[in-house]
Design a protein around this ligand. Structure first.
Ligand SMILES: C=C(O[C@@H]1C=C(C(=O)O)C=C[C@H]1O)C(=O)O
Length: 111
């Protein structure tokens, strides 16, 4: 069996489900973009006040909270933790970059 010779009703059902998957993927991308906008601001605030890029205590609280949310939503908590750690690692990398390239006095828009 291949995708080109499946039954019409199966194709319709698959198409309907895939439309929802595409919508969810778009929402995930938009939500991540908003999250990174916030974390970039946090990175600039940390750099301006000489704070370290990573905050392990905050991360531990977030992971505990996300694992509880995942359990309630019947999502594998180990997967939720892995995903959050993956995102946080990227955020910390951004914060290290920001800390290494301080903005000139007057903020980011100054020429
Ligand atoms: C965004 C922050 O910086 C880092 C990234 C975090 C995140 O992506 O949620 C959490 C803690 C920090 O290690 C923060 O300190 O709030």
């Amino acid at each position: 069996m291949t995708y080109s010779d499946i039954d019409e009703t199966v194709a319709a059902e698959l198409g309907r489900l895939r439309e929802s998957i595409d919508n969810i993927d778009a929402a995930v991308v938009h939500m991540l973009a908003e999250r990174f906008k916030c974390t970039q601001q946090v990175g600039r605030l940390k750099a301006a006040h000489d704070l370290p890029p990573a905050d392990p205590a905050r991360e531990a609280r977030q992971i505990a909270r996300l694992r509880r949310l995942a359990e309630n939503a019947r999502l594998d908590p180990a997967f939720a933790e892995k995903l959050l750690n993956f995102i946080i690692a990227e955020v910390i990398r951004h914060h290290e970059t920001i800390a290494g390239h301080p903005e000139p006095q007057g903020g980011p828009d100054r020429p």
